[in-house]
Design a binder for this molecule. Structure first.
Ligand SMILES: Cc1cc2nc3c(=O)[nH]c(=O)nc-3n(C[C@H](O)[C@H](O)[C@H](O)COP(=O)(O)O)c2cc1C
Length: 212
């Protein structure tokens, strides 16, 4: 497959500073609504989370963003995973929402902090039981001898909690990225895309257009 020959022309509508909401959170929410209305197969709240270790070496993976409001973007994971280790060493990250079916991209960057236990508990309690049991069974990012070991750990979690509610494992919970920079990218014809960036400045947001 010749990847260089793959080429899509973007025909999307203009996106100007005059169209952009006062805050990136309002803008994000209106693009999410449009993305949901567009009913693409894409998971709207899936984003690539980029972190870097203490030596500045980056790594990236998808997460599901479970909350987006003026406090920032919340996601949940294992606190002993590679991403969590990197966030402990370097509590700064970037989240990329790549909404290619509508030729849009949103990139948020900023410091990341752990959610408080009550917030993680509340989200954990809302998860399907199998997902809750899986959180107990999976030492995320650690080597496993084989698939059978994972299945056995899941079965052990099922037996351990039997018919009782499954509490949040102490090593599992949420993080929140508090953005200081959020970019909204809208694909346009002739590769003359629209890029509007929000920069946090002393409690307000400055908006700026960037060259594509
Ligand atoms: C669409 C999608 C959504 C995902 N959502 C999450 C998530 O919300 N939390 C999570 O820990 N892993 C999620 N994963 C798995 C991660 O991408 C990754 O494999 C895992 O978190 C381990 O990453 P790490 O070893 O870099 O810490 C998701 C994967 C995909 C493809």
């Amino acid at each position: 497959m010749d990847l260089a020959a793959l080429r899509r022309a973007y025909q999307a509508l203009p996106f100007d500073i005059s169209d952009a909401a006062q805050t990136p959170f309002e803008q994000f929410s209106s693009w999410v609504e449009e993305m949901v209305a567009a009913s693409t197969e894409l998971e709207v709240n899936a984003a690539v989370l980029a972190t870097a270790d203490g030596r500045g070496r980056p790594s990236a993976r998808h997460v599901l963003v479970k909350g987006a409001d003026i406090r920032g973007f919340a996601f949940f994971t294992n606190y002993a995973s590679r991403k969590a280790d990197e966030l402990a060493a370097n509590p700064w990250a970037s989240l990329v929402f790549a909404w290619s079916p509508v030729a849009r991209q949103v990139i948020a960057e900023g410091p990341v902090e752990r959610l408080g236990a009550p917030e993680s508990d509340a989200y954990f309690a809302s998860r399907p039981r199998d997902s809750q049991l899986a959180a107990w069974a999976s030492p995320q990012s650690r080597p496993l001898p084989d698939r059978a070991a994972l299945d056995a750990a899941f079965a052990a979690s099922e037996a351990r909690f039997a018919d009782a509610p499954v509490p949040r494992p102490p090593g599992w919970g949420g993080f929140r990225l508090r953005p200081v920079r959020v970019e909204f990218w809208q694909g346009r014809p002739s590769r003359l895309h629209d890029r509007i960036v929000y920069l946090a400045e002393g409690g307000t947001w400055r908006r700026e257009r960037l060259a594509p």
